[in-house]
Ligand binder design. Sequence first.
Ligand code: PDD
Length: 330
Amino acid sequence: MSRCCDQLVHSAALGHCMAGHGNDPQRGLRPSFDEVPCVGDRRYHVEASVNDHGRDVADPVDAAQKEIIVLEEAPVYEVVAFYQGEPFTLKEHMERLVFSASEIDIEIPSADILIKEAKNYLAETNFANNNAKLYVQVSRGVAPRTHAYPDEMEPIIIMQVGPLNPNPEKYFKEGVKIITLPDERWSRCYIKSIALLPNILAKKKAKKAGAYEAVMTRDGFITEGSSSNLFIVEGNTIITPPATNYILNGITRQKVINRLAPELEYDVKEESIPYYTLLNADQVFLTGTTTEIMPVVQINDKVVGNGNVGTETKEIFEAFRELTGFVRGK
Ligand code: PDD
C-alpha cells in the first residue's frame, strides 16, 4: 500500500472520527478503539491525522489557551451498492469521488486504490456475500478553524457498510408519488457533497406529503430529485435533463443512458424538461443507487399517464435488476 493510501484511508464509524477526548495528548483527536461502535461485524480504529496540531481538546483549560481545532467540513461522499457481495459500478463511484474531491481542492488516492480498500473492507465484514450499501466520505482533514484552510492538509477517508435496505417491492410494481419543489441548492450540484440541507428538507417535505421523492425545478425546468435523477418516456425515446452543473450526473442515470437504453433499443435525449412537460408525461421514472429504477405514477395531485407503470419503464427496471444481479431475500 502506498504511503499516501496508508495515511489517508481510514475505515471508521462515521461521526466518531472527530471526537476529541481523553487525557493523552498524543492521541489528539482520536477516539479510543472501544468507543468506535461496531460497523458490520468489525471495529475500525480511526487514525485521524492531527499533525502538529494534535492536542487534547477535551481539556477545557488547556483548550482555551490553544486554537480551536476542527475537522474541516467539506466532505464529499459516495454510496455504492453491493449485490451478493459483488460491487455494482464501484469504479465509476470511486472515480466520481476522486473528481468531487478534486473539485473542492482535496487530493486523495486514485480510484484504483480506493476500489481495493473498499473491497478489502467489505470482505472483512459480515456483508462479504450479502447485499450491502457502502458509504465512503472524504473530508479535508483536521486544522485550526479558519475559512482559508491550510495548504498541507491530510484528508480523512471514512468507509462504513450497512444493509442495502432496498425499497419495498410494491413501490417498483405499482409506482410511487413525487412532489415538485423549487431547487434551492447552490450552482455546483455536480459535486457529490454532503452539503445536503436543501435536499434533506425537500425529501422530508415529500415524506410528509406521502410521496417518495421531491423533484426540483429551477427557472421552470426540472433538475433532479433530492437524491435521484429523473427521466420521462415519450414513445420510444427516454428524455432526461442534461448533466449540467445543476444536477449530479448519477451513475445509475449513466447506466440507463449508455447501457440499458441502447440494449433495449430506446432513443435517448438529454435535454431540458420544462415543468409542464413533466406534468404531461405518459411515463416518469427516477434513478439512483438505492432508488434503482423507480416508476412514478403521481406528481403532486396529478396522475401520470393511466396511473400504471408503463411498459418501457418496466423493461428498464427489469434490465437494471438483471444487470445488478439483485436477488431478493438475502
Ligand atoms: N444519492 N442526484 C442526487 C442529488 C443524489 O443524491 C443521487 C444519489 C443521485 C443519483 O446518483 P447515483 O445514481 O450515482 O446514485 C442523483 C445517493 C444514493 C445518496 O445520497 O444516498
